[in-house]
Design a protein around this ligand. Structure first.
Ligand SMILES: [Zn+2]
Length: 255
């Protein structure tokens, strides 16, 4: 009896969460008003380098992302002046719940609920209520040369992003942040999850190019510039990426 009740309760919670996020995502993909995005920096380790870096972040640190979105949205004929405004919150002291490693479907559902709950407890920011919340976990590259995978909840408007606490990595971090942010707008990955190679044609910035390789830019949801059919590199900055037509369709920029 109690077990049945718990399952019922979980289903009600999921249905409520599902409806709320469906409403939110239709507002996100209308491209008529500014979408307010809150970015919460979090130091993922206790390295003094990380602390220093996180303390140095301010509003200007992420302006490049809003400008890039505006330029991309403009390419698709939308005239909204500032489609996305990213506001930076004070650094958080608490880490979000860890993603289950090789978890079952139920583990992942429970994790996504825990994450939503955690985010609702850690979303203080001045100004209008954010529609998207991005938690950026900074790692000292000397301690963590390879950061864990980032995740953007497609239905939940929450992104968990792992980034490097280093000046030289700042612009590449922006590429990862933009990618995860677009997941929260409904964009899907366009690379092969095991080889990390962009999938043609949707994962290529210019699928009409002849010869097809090397590509000169990356499609943002493929995340890499395809140099050959089996070779790709991470773009150094957002200016080397674009929103391709398949992603544009997913996020409401193309009908
Ligand atoms: Zn992704």
């Amino acid at each position: 009896m109690f077990r049945k009740f718990r399952i019922l309760l979980l289903l009600v919670v999921l249905a409520t969460v599902g409806l709320a996020s469906w409403r939110a995502s239709s507002r996100l993909t209308a491209w008529q008003h500014t979408v307010h995005v809150a970015l919460y920096p979090v130091a993922a380790d206790d390295s003094p380098e990380t602390q220093r870096y996180v303390a140095s972040l301010n509003q200007e640190s992420f302006e490049e992302i809003g400008e890039w979105v505006a330029a991309q949205v403009g390419r698709y004929g939308k005239t909204v002046l500032q489609p996305v405004v990213i506001r930076v919150a004070a650094p958080l002291r608490e880490l979000p719940p860890a993603i289950p490693v090789r978890g079952s479907g139920l583990d992942n559902i429970l994790w996504s609920l825990k994450l939503r709950w955690w985010a609702s407890q850690n979303d203080a920011i001045a100004g209008p209520k954010p529609m998207v919340r991005l938690y950026v976990l900074y790692h000292d590259p000397a301690r963590t040369p390879k950061v864990p995978h980032s995740t953007g909840l497609e239905r939940g408007q929450i992104g968990i992003i792992h980034a490097y606490a280093a000046r030289q990595q700042h612009r590449q971090n922006a590429v990862v942040i933009a990618h995860e942010m677009l997941h929260t707008f409904g964009a899907t990955d366009k690379y092969n999850l095991s080889t990390l190679q962009p999938i043609a044609p949707d994962g290529l910035a210019d699928p009409q190019r002849t010869p097809l390789y090397p590509q000169r830019q990356a499609e943002i949801m493929a995340g890499r510039i395809a140099l050959a059919v089996d070779r790709a590199e991470i773009p150094p900055r957002l200016a080397d990426t674009l929103i391709g037509s398949a992603t544009a369709r997913e996020i409401g920029l193309l009908n």
